[in-house]
Design a protein around this ligand. Structure first.
Ligand code: PGA
Length: 248
């Protein structure tokens, strides 16, 4: 069975003073029966890792360049992220796909670079509202999986996050049946390529996860945790989400 993972994505939020949230999460992390990952902006990765000290907190990044080094002004490689203390990196978030035109091919190259640098790649997929309305959600997710998940990566090196674009930062979530339908589909798509080894790949739901809806989402079939945006910024919200996953 897959590990359970509570992952937070701080996006472009956070400066030094926000590292106090790490201290405030200490109790929830100590009691957690799941992996806890926080992905702050690149500027805070090293400081967050240092602040976590001996806490069982994994620190992640939000993207990486596919190359190890080179003439790519402003970019950061997976090797550099690992050097700064990261153990995970989100790739293919819908905001990166939209803002930076990242394609499935780009995402697969980033995930491959992440794995080669010893990081766990959190690979994001998810349909837009227009795609859901058109009834093509499962096809879109399947083709994103086929294009974005490197076939050579071992199950322990990847996590897949299903994040419907229309649910991100909107307060709207799919029904539990809709989440189950997509997560079951993702599991079977991965199993078609990898057989029973696919069972150990954590599948996270993301999009407006809050303390109030976390427990019911975590009870859904093939949901192994969450990728949380807004509600990961404050320990008062993320702590209860970690507890809800630990109770599952
Ligand atoms: P949200 O973001 O929890 O703020 O909806 C989720 C994400 O983008 O990972």
């Amino acid at each position: 069975m897959a590990r359970k993972v509570a992952a937070g994505n701080w996006k472009m939020h956070g400066t030094e003073s926000d590292l106090a949230q790490v201290d405030a999460l200490a109790e929830a992390i100590a009691a957690a029966r799941c992996d806890v990952v926080l992905c702050p902006p690149t500027t805070l990765i090293a400081r967050m890792s240092a602040r976590a000290g001996l806490m069982d907190l994994h620190v992640g990044a939000q993207t990486c360049h596919p190359a190890t080094s080179g003439a790519h002004t402003g970019d950061v490689s997976a090797t550099m992220l690992a050097d700064a203390g990261a153990t995970h990196v989100i790739v293919g978030h819908s905001e990166r796909r939209a803002d930076h035109g990242e394609t499935n091919e780009d995402v697969a190259a980033q995930a491959t670079a992440a794995v080669e640098a010893g990081l766990i790649a959190i690979i994001c997929v998810g349909e837009t509202e227009a795609e859901r309305d058109a009834g093509v959600t499962l096809n879109v997710v399947a083709s994103q999986l086929a294009g974005s998940v490197p076939t050579g990566a071992l199950p322990a090196q990847i996590i897949v996050a299903y994040e419907p674009v229309w649910a991100i930062g909107t307060g709207r979530t799919p029904t539990l049946e809709q989440i189950a339908e997509v997560h079951d589909h993702i599991r079977s798509e991965l199993a078609a390529r990898r057989g029973s080894a696919a069972d150990s790949i954590p599948l996270l739901y993301g999009g407006s996860v809050k303390p109030a809806n976390a427990a019911e989402i975590f009870a859904v079939s093939n949901v192994d945790g969450a990728l949380v945006g807004g509600a990961s910024l404050k320990a008062a919200d993320f702590g209860p989400i970690i507890k809800a996953l630990s109770a599952e």
